[in-house]
Design a protein around this ligand. Structure first.
Ligand code: ASP
Length: 577
């Protein structure tokens, strides 16, 4: 079998030539004694015409949708009257047709893949993946891997694989555990990330490491999460934050250029965590559109409207004219995100109407000046403790984006950095301090002295996130390389030296043998490809994903196992409701 070209490689210069193509029958139509086939391969579709008196006819007549065929014929321009412009102006006049294989009638029409229930698509994923859209996703993904690999090799990075069966790495999720048959009663954890190993590689003198690493986190699933997912993981020695950001900017620009032909402008804008939250209500703000918050706390301080008078924070957002129904919907969003409600005002000339207008006559002028709300526009307010107030309004901001298609007006891709995350976060549930990124992240050198004081919540981390169109597509930090500081960090999050030793003894030991200053980042690779392709979920860019209940519907995993297998690993199942 000799394919002369992929369908997508055929150009007008092939006109008049005999070509051999291999692929699947996308569609068959019979018209006026002729058979018209659409042949599909990874790269495209072409129409094939089979004439009734040709040698090819008998074979072609057997072909049905999704049969596998080899077609030899002359590539030529279609008659003038049938041309529409582009590659569809050419067709193949079949000289010889070989049926390479038959196919059962597919359980869904591949052409209608978008409207088919996702569960059916996932059950027959191998058919779903034949669809041009899915092939485009996987091809772009593969091109991105190639771009990353060649770029990093050129920058002196070494690719190293780290273990899958290992010990817990703290990234804030639950571990997937694997029982050990050889060591009854003991378990491996699948890595939540290669964090400890990549730092160990820096201690080993590897200097620059990367890996497209499979990571495992047992958490509740959403459209942009999977229990096993891929990170582009990297670590560099003798660097500061600036070095890591600069290299990643060049890498990201390279990937966009090589895969999409899109030029990103460098350097990427930067915003501190505090400003991102304060102005956009999110630590991953979608900056394709502006819609920035206005701080109006002082305008209401001690005023007539009691709910705002003594609130620690009141923020306002200028929205277009909204219907009552839209306001109700936005209020629901605000409440889902922790707000008690969503106060609003509509500008009518030099006054406000609706919502809380009864209470704001004193502030009307000042509010108009502070927010710039135009005639007919709506002001939306959120009040409360700073983080609650801004987060709730941040969710409203995104709901407005979706309602009015606000992101469509900006550039298609907006990449930025969010920096200076807090080192520690207070967890109300357990009443303890915990790490915000992971416990190996280095604090800002000016803030180290705050460990163990009542101001430790103010410690800034040398941590950064890469944000694309409102998605966190990467996150990393400069790491602690001083064992004393590492000890302070463990103490701050309530680990006794014994507990730290039990969990990470091997790593803490290694830190004492000459650790270079180092730092790194990991990109959420699936999520990046999702945004780059415009897909609606990361399941669309992973060849064989799990559904939102964590089930692989095609392979039927997870599944029960034989009793004997359980016995081998010393496990006994107990009934639960
Ligand atoms: N290990 C981190 C993560 O998975 C990334 C990093 O700090 O490099 O989020």
């Amino acid at each position: 079998m000799k394919r002369t070209a992929y369908i997508g490689q055929l150009t007008p210069t092939h006109a008049g030539q005999t070509v051999t193509l291999q692929g699947w029958v996308n569609r068959r139509r019979d018209l006026g004694g002729l058979i018209f086939l659409e042949l599909r391969d990874r790269s495209g579709l072409v129409q094939v015409q089979v004439e009734p008196d040709s040698l090819a006819f008998a074979q072609a007549d057997q072909l049905r949708a999704e049969y596998v065929a080899e077609i030899e014929g002359v590539y030529q321009a279609r008659p003038e009257a049938q041309r529409k412009g582009g590659s569809a102006d050419y067709e193949v006049i079949a000289g010889r047709v070989r049926v390479l294989n038959t196919a059962k009638t597919p359980p869904f029409e591949l052409d209608r893949g978008d409207s088919v229930a996702e569960d059916i698509r996932l059950k027959y994923r191998y058919l779903d993946l034949r669809r041009p859209e899915m092939q485009r996703h996987l091809l772009l993904r593969s091109a991105a891997v190639a771009a990353i690999t060649s770029f990093l090799a050129g920058e002196g990075f070494v690719q190293v694989e780290t273990p899958m069966l290992t010990k817990s790495t703290p990234e804030g999720a639950r571990d997937f555990l694997v029982p050990s048959r050889l060591n009854p009663g003991e378990f491996y954890a699948l890595p939540q990330s290669p964090q400890l190993f990549k730092q160990l590689l820096m201690i080993s003198g590897m200097d620059r490491y990367y890996q497209l690493a499979r990571c495992f986190r047992d958490e509740d699933l959403r459209a942009d999460r999977q229990p096993d997912f891929t990170q582009l993981d990297m670590e560099l020695s003798f660097v500061d934050q600036e070095d890591v950001l600069e290299l990643n900017e060049r890498l990201m620009a390279h990937v966009f250029r090589e895969t999409l032909g899109v030029e990103l402008s460098l350097p990427f804008p930067r915003m501190t965590y505090h400003d991102a939250m304060d102005q956009y209500g999110s630590d991953k703000p979608d900056l394709r559109f502006d819609l920035v918050f206005h701080d109006v706390t002082d305008l209401f301080r001690g005023g007539e409207f009691k709910a705002f008078a003594d609130a620690p924070c009141v923020k306002a957002l200028v929205a277009p004219e909204l219907t009552r129904k839209q306001i109700d919907e936005l209020e629901r969003v605000a409440k889902q995100n922790g707000a008690r409600g969503l106060a609003w005002l509509k500008r009518d000339g030099m006054a406000f109407t609706g919502g809380i207008s009864k209470f704001v006559s004193e502030q009307a002028d000042a509010l108009m000046t502070a927010t710039g709300v135009p005639e007919g526009g709506t002001l939306l307010f959120s009040a409360g403790p700073w983080k609650t107030a801004v987060s709730a309004l941040g969710a409203v901001r995104l709901a407005l984006r979706d309602l009015f298609d606000l992101a469509a007006t900006g550039s298609a891709y907006h990449v930025s950095w969010v920096t200076d995350f807090p080192q520690l976060e207070f967890d109300e549930d357990s009443n303890t301090w915990t790490y915000m990124h992971h416990p190996f992240t280095a604090p800002h050198p000016d803030d180290v002295a705050l460990f163990g004081t009542e101001r430790q919540g103010e410690i800034r981390a040398q941590a950064y996130d890469l944000v694309l169109n409102g998605f966190e597509v990467g996150g990393g930090s400069i790491r602690i390389h001083d064992p004393v500081v590492q000890g302070q960090m463990f103490q701050a999050i309530g680990f006794t030296p014994q507990q730290a030793q039990e969990k990470f003894g091997f790593f803490l030991d290694a830190l004492t043998y000459g650790t270079p200053p180092h730092g790194g980042i990991a990109w959420g690779f699936d999520r990046l490809i999702m945004v780059m392709t415009g897909a609606s979920s990361i399941r669309e860019v992973i060849a064989f994903p799990k559904n939102n209940r964590g089930v692989d519907l095609m392979a039927e995993a997870p599944s029960p196992v034989e009793r004997s297998q359980l016995a081998d690993i010393g496990l006994h199942l107990i009934e639960t409701d």
